[in-house]
Write a protein that binds this ligand. Sequence first.
Ligand code: RB5
Length: 149
Amino acid sequence: MKIAIGGDHVGQELKPTIVEYLKKLGHEVKDFGTDSTERTDYPKYGETVAKEVASGNFDLGILICGTGVGISISANKVRGIRAVVCSEPYSAKLSKEHNNTNILAFGSRVVGPELAKMIVKEWLDAEFEGGRHARRVGMISDIEDKNDR
Ligand code: RB5
C-alpha cells in the first residue's frame, strides 16, 4: 500500500521507527515531515497528510504528535478524512472494520515503539466490513455535505 506519514517535533521521536517498520512490511512510504525535533506546529502535518489521502495520492495516512490528538483533529477537518487516534490495537482494528478510517494517529508520549507497531499492524491488516457500517459511514459523509466542509 501507499502510505503517507507525518508528524510534529514530538512525533519525530517515534516516526523514523514507524517508517522503517512500514517499509519492512513491504509498504511504499512517503514522509511528509517534520524531519527534526525542532519545535513546529502539528496542524500543518495533519492537513498535508490528510490532503494526500483525500485526493487519492495515497491509500492511507499515519500521523504522530505528542498525544495524537491535535494532529488527528486537524486531519479530520479535511473532507473525506476519517482519522482515528488510538493507543491500543483493538480500537485501531475496529476503526477500520466499522468506521473505514483512512488515517491512524497516535502519540509518541502515550505509546512506546513496540505498542505503536502493534497498533499499526492491526490497523493495516483490518478491512472495512461494509454492510450496515457503510450506511453509517455514509451518514458521516452527509454531515460534511450538510455543513459544507
Ligand atoms: C506539542 O507540544 C504537543 O502539543 C503536540 O505534539 C500534540 O500532543 C498535540 O496534540
